[in-house]
Design a protein around this ligand. Structure first.
Ligand code: FES
Ligand code: FES
Length: 174
């Protein structure tokens, strides 16, 4: 991590969604603000700014983190994925499609953060139980959906991947 005096700006290089960003930032700049204000990636939402609501969650080197609890300078040299990095070729990824099909969102404010946590969660939980999904979701606040559709969407993606593995017998995921 770069160490700079409080009022001095620092140059950082961060790979975000496969694209390299090089910016000069204040040491106190939060990663969430950096993503939104310097990189134009406003899909990362900011709710509480205290690590409570989960709306600002992104992947940092593959792990879900609260971007409101990190300074941008702490992400120097890292690979970050935001919700904008999920869809490929204009097509939603499997989780995004499942959220749509299962009516897992209403206002959508919480959705980017939940999607990013779900990506991390499913990478280590190929066959998640409902209690495990609920435990993961305990780090996210959604005031609209009641969580039922969100749980169904995550289960749907896990089942689809498992079926795909059985069909091709190779262990590849869809
Ligand atoms: S804005 Fe980061 S956890 Fe709420
Ligand atoms: S869909 Fe509105 S807060 Fe979750």
């Amino acid at each position: 991590m770069i160490k700079v005096p409080a009022k001095q700006k620092a140059d950082i290089r961060v790979n975000i969604n496969g694209r390299m960003f090089e910016e000069r930032v204040e040491p106190r700049k939060l990663l969430s603000d950096f993503l939104r204000e310097e990189c134009g990636l406003t899909g990362t939402h900011v709710g509480c700014e205290h690590g409570v609501c989960g709306a600002c969650t992104v992947l940092l080197n593959g792990s879900a983190v609260r971007s409101c609890l990190m300074f941008a300078v702490q992400a120097e040299g890292a690979e970050i994925t935001t919700v904008e990095g999920l869809a490929q070729g204009g097509q939603p990824d499997a989780l995004q499609a499942a959220f749509s099909e299962c009516h897992a969102l209403q206002c959508g404010f919480c959705t980017p953060g939940i999607l990013m946590s779900s990506v991390d969660f499913l990478a280590s939980h190929a066959e998640p139980t409902e209690p495990e999904i609920k435990e993961m979701l305990s780090g996210h606040l959604c005031r609209c959906t009641g969580y039922k559709g969100i749980i169904e969407a995550i289960e749907k993606v896990a089942c689809t991947r498992k079926d795909g593995e059985h069909r091709n017998g190779s262990g590849d995921t869809v």
